[in-house]
Design a protein around this ligand. Structure first.
Ligand code: RB5
Length: 147
């Protein structure tokens, strides 16, 4: 059982996959902060990328999961916040490297791009892989200071 809270959100294009991914989080014992969307009704992906970014900034969750149709728009939205390192993931190796090298704190999927079983595998890998630190820590630090 983990004491970690994971924030999760999607637009309509990611709504179905979001619900599948919530089951993985629940099975692994994470607390879930679901920030919407709540239906397949058309909404604007930046609102949901910003919602997860805000939850991490406020300390309401330690990591996040985002899904839109392609994964692209919601990644751009989340990554506008310097404390967010959102990684758009298509395979398990990418999920692993996003943690090992980038200390990614948000995993992103395209609900119209990836099958649910692969996305669930990627999410498990993301949650179970620790940041490697070392030479990568200096680079990750620079991501928080773009100026
Ligand atoms: C919504 O139709 C779609 O544009 C959105 O989910 C996402 O793919 C944007 O990047």
């Amino acid at each position: 059982m983990s004491s970690e809270t994971i924030a999760i959100a999607s637009d309509h294009g990611g709504f179905e996959l979001k619900n599948e991914l919530k089951q993985v989080l629940s099975d692994l014992g994470f607390a879930i902060l679901d920030l919407g969307a709540d239906s397949m009704e058309s909404v604007d992906y930046p609102d949901f990328g910003y919602a997860v970014a805000g939850a991490l900034k406020q300390g309401l969750a330690t990591r996040g999961v985002l899904v839109c149709g392609s994964g692209i728009g919601i990644s751009i939205a989340a990554n506008r916040h310097p404390v967010i390192r959102a990684a758009l993931i298509h395979d398990a190796l990418g999920a692993k490297l996003s943690r090992l090298h980038n200390d990614a704190n948000v995993i992103v999927f395209g609900g119209r791009m990836i099958g649910p079983d692969l996305a669930k595998d990627c999410l498990r890998v993301f949650l179970e892989t620790e940041f490697e630190g070392g030479r990568h820590a200096r680079r990750v630090d620079k991501l928080s200071n773009p100026e």
